[in-house]
Write a protein that binds this ligand. Sequence first.
Ligand code: GDP
Ligand code: MG
Length: 226
Amino acid sequence: MSSNSGIKGIRQVRRKKSSLSEVKIVVLGAPGVGKTALTVRFLTKRYIGEYDHQSDSRYKHEIMVDGDPVIFEICDTCTKTTHDLPSADLLTWADGLVLVYSITDRSSFTYLKQVFNHIQEVKGSHSKDKDMPMVILGNKGDMVHLRQVSSEEGEILSKDYDCNFFEVAAADQVTEVADAFHELFREVNATRRKNKTSLLDRVLGTKSGNRVYHRGKSDSSLAKFQ
Ligand SMILES: Nc1nc2c(ncn2[C@@H]2O[C@H](COP(=O)(O)OP(=O)(O)O)[C@@H](O)[C@H]2O)c(=O)[nH]1
Ligand SMILES: [Mg+2]
């Protein structure tokens, strides 16, 4: 091997490292909706029926999204009652939120609305200049015979809060669950780009002059899964 190809090799490694993205995700939802099952399904592709978590669990995994490695840091919250709401610290830590309800449990759907109101309040008092990318998951899609929340209601909720919505089943889906997390990562990236551009606009005072292209939801939903 010539010394030239050695240098090339090092450059390639460096480039790869610097392009590594990181995303911090918090999984929220009422007790028993499948937050842990979905998180574990996404990170390991496996489904483990019962978990005995007494506190929030944190995971850090490297996952390929659209051909690039991404470090997912995930906080799987351990909500004990529907009076529990995420702390301001946790919401500040998060780049994006996975909001889970169960299609077999109407109260878990109602709980999400409570969470949304809480997020708006926290965002108001901690006026941070960023949107919070979110995805809503209606889990336990395999239990249609016990359905209490229609797909349309899930869709309407997601339109109200301007986020993506997927009905999934941690119990028997792998790709669909992963796709939902990947989509959230894409949304986080789009928001980061938007925030960077608006900061630049403010610093350079070019707000009204330049036209900037922001990737819309329809573009990101077309992106192919792996
Ligand atoms: N049928 C079905 N059961 C599920 C699904 N996801 C989770 N569960 C079950 O729901 C219960 C609660 O799941 P868990 O992940 O611990 O919920 P968490 O409290 O939100 O973390 C467990 O018995 C899981 O096996 C699913 O997609 N379908
Ligand atoms: Mg759990």
